[in-house]
Each structure stands twice: as C-alpha cells, then as structure tokens.
Design a binder for this molecule. Structure first.
Ligand code: URA
Length: 220
C-alpha cells in the first residue's frame, strides 16, 4: 500500500508528450502529482521567453501568485524586478519559475491569513519533472537559484547559500548555475539599512550574471 502511494507522488504522468512552454503550462494546470493542488487555488507555472537566457528559480508561488496565477507578482517579485533592472538584466532575457508549482500554506492563528509553508522534500521531488521540462525547453545559459530550497533542489542537499552565494558552480543543468538569496529574505531584514545592504548584495550577484551574459553577446 505504502509502495503504491509513494509511486503516485510524482508529476511525471501529467507531462505532455510534445513539450513546449505552452503545452507544459496547460498540462501543469491539471497536475495532481502530489497533494498540494488540494489547498492551492491553481497551478502557477513558470513564465518568460521560450529562448530566455537566464532562468530564475524560486521556491513556490506565494499568496499573491496563487491568486493571480503568475510567478513573482507579490512583494518578493517587486524586489526581484527592481534588482534585475538595477543589475541591467532585461525581463525579456529571463524566465521565472519555482521548484514547486502550487502554493503550500497553513492558516494563521485567527484563521484569516494564509501563511507560507515550506514544501517537503517529497513535494519538491514530485514537482521536479515540470522544472526539468522547463529547463529542457528553454535551455537557459544561466540558472539562478533564489534561496536555499531552489539551491538545494538544483545544486545539492548540502549546498549552503550563506557560504557560496554568487558563485558559479558546475552543473549538468546549464553552462552556468548560481545560487543567491531569495528576495523575500530581503523583505524580512530587521531595519531599513540592512534591507538596503541586503538588496545591494543581491544586485551584485545579479550583476555577475549580467557580466557573464555580456561575455557571450550572441547567446544573450
Ligand atoms: N516566492 C517564490 O519563491 N516564488 C514566487 O513566485 C513568489 C514568491
């Protein structure tokens, strides 16, 4: 019984045979590969250019993204947009997605707000076929993992963003793979000055990505 349940915890069976961003997005809308679809409003699939040179990978859609149906449209997305612009990266160069495509949440104490709940390892694994398909369709030159969940899913479970942020690491997933902080961690900074400093550090990591792209203008 246990074995049958384990087998079902994957999105693999929901993937379309012919894979384009369009066909993947449509198929992902009906994904029931793990239980997260039950509480979420909808699947929030990745978005951006099919030939995007940079793929940004976050953890999972938040409350705003779940309602809107688009990734990174809430407060963390605003910081991300501002930082991309400050680093000289155009939105048209970027594809944004998450390791998990459904919002995982629990009610707050008063039952009024939906509080973000970190996805489990099994849920990250279940959702992985979608991310792998997005990578193989867009073939990004650079993948940027935003935060520990994305970094540990894509680079390795022992990877520590605090120690190795902003470094390009070897990976089979793309020619360049880097991890940096999640923009929501900047929102949680204790005061304005540390928020400014953390945002500057985030922009410096993204500037490294922009510099790498300038070295290969034809690929950009
Ligand atoms: N945080 C994420 O990791 N992804 C989103 O899409 C929004 C917030």
């Amino acid at each position: 019984m246990q074995e049958a349940k384990e087998k079902f915890v994957t999105a693999a069976a929901f993937l379309p045979r012919r894979q384009t961003l369009d066909s993947l997005g449509k198929a992902a809308a009906g994904c029931k590969g793990c239980d997260l679809w039950v509480k979420a409003t909808r699947t929030v699939f990745g978005e951006g250019a099919q030939r995007a040179v940079v793929m940004l990978v976050g953890e999972q859609p938040g409350d705003k993204e779940d309602l809107a149906g688009h990734p990174f449209v809430g407060p963390a997305g605003k910081i991300l947009d501002e930082s991309l612009a400050a680093a000289g990266l155009e939105k048209s160069q970027v594809y944004m997605t998450n390791v998990v495509k459904h919002f995982n949440w629990m009610p707050d104490e008063r039952g009024k707000r939906r509080i973000h709940k970190k996805p489990r390892y099994s849920e990250i694994q279940a959702c992985r076929p979608w991310l792998d398909a997005e990578i193989s369709v867009t073939r990004p030159r650079i993948i940027v993992c935003l935060g520990a969940t994305a970094a540990q899913a894509l680079i390795g479970r022992n990877f520590r963003v605090t120690r190795r942020r902003g470094e390009f690491v070897a990976s089979d997933l793309a020619p360049y793979v880097m991890a940096t902080v999640h923009p929501s961690s900047i929102l949680r900074a204790p005061d304005d000055q540390s928020r400014r400093e953390q945002k500057q550090a985030f922009i410096r990591d993204l500037e490294r990505v922009a510099r790498e792209l300038r070295k290969h203008p034809s690929a950009a």
